[in-house]
Design a protein around this ligand. Structure first.
Ligand code: ADE
Length: 239
């Protein structure tokens, strides 16, 4: 069955954007996934198709109305598909989440603009709030594109027979090892000798060490989790 993405947005022109190119674009053409775009403005109220209003309690910006957003969510018959709201207030998106979302029938993504969406509709419609990083974008659309890209590339058939889905950053909780190609010597920098040796076991072991070092140095948070999971951390668990 085709993996289905429904996007609720005030800016449908931003899609498929980069997802119409390359692997994701080809997969879209081949029907490996489908993109259902809904303009939130069409659910707006009155002659002006109003979707937002001023925040209770005062403050800057506008907030998207719960009634408008709920009508849109209910109209797309999410049946079995989680509704995701990209927001910097959300839980940080991780590769485990991406795997879970790709293994289901698809997702509905609610893109917010302005100051965000009324909290009540997020509760009432069991919306999953997800952040793609600790920085602020001007709306949810770019985050939706990032989320979709990460999901689509895991759909069976999208990456072909490529092994890179299982041998990449996060597949085992570590960052990936570094890559090299020709020329073997470039501007005085040589490819590590071991990679030219033909000793597959030694190469695998070198790559494992490089992965561990990069993770320990660059991402102590991932390194601590990896050590706990692989039983190498013998310190007291944090309560
Ligand atoms: N919308 C605005 N900023 C965002 C972020 N960092 N992650 C997800 N959605 C967002």
């Amino acid at each position: 069955m085709t993996w289905q993405a429904t996007i609720l947005t005030l800016f449908p022109g931003m899609f498929p954007g980069p997802l119409g190119q390359s692997l994701a674009g080809r997969a879209l053409e081949d029907g490996l996934w489908s993109l259902d775009l809904r303009d939130l403005r069409e659910y707006g109220l009155g002659r002006h198709r109003t979707v937002d209003d001023t925040p209770f309690g005062g403050g800057a910006g506008m907030v998207m109305r719960p009634d408008v957003v709920a009508t849109a969510i209910r109209d797309v018959a999410a049946a079995g598909r989680p509704v995701i709201y990209p927001t910097p207030r959300g839980r940080l998106l991780r590769q485990d989440d991406v795997r879970r979302l790709t293994s289901g029938p698809g997702i509905v993504v609610l893109c917010g603009r302005y100051e965000g969406v009324d909290e009540r509709v997020l509760e009432e419609c069991a919306v999953e709030q997800v952040s793609i990083g600790d920085y602020v974008l001007s709306g949810g659309e770019m985050a939706a594109l990032v989320l979709l890209d990460s999901c689509v590339r895991l759909i069976p058939g999208v990456m072909g027979s490529d092994a890179s889905g299982t041998e990449e950053s996060f597949s085992d909780g570590l960052l990936e090892y570094p890559h090299y190609t020709k020329p073997a010597s470039w501007e005085g920098r040589d490819v590590p000798d071991i990679l030219l040796s033909g000793h597959h076991a030694a190469i695998a072991s070198w790559r494992q060490t490089e992965s561990e070092t990069a993770t320990r140095v660059r991402r102590p948070d991932l390194w601590a989790a990896y050590r706990r999971r692989t039983g190498q951390d013998t310190s007291d668990p944090v309560s």
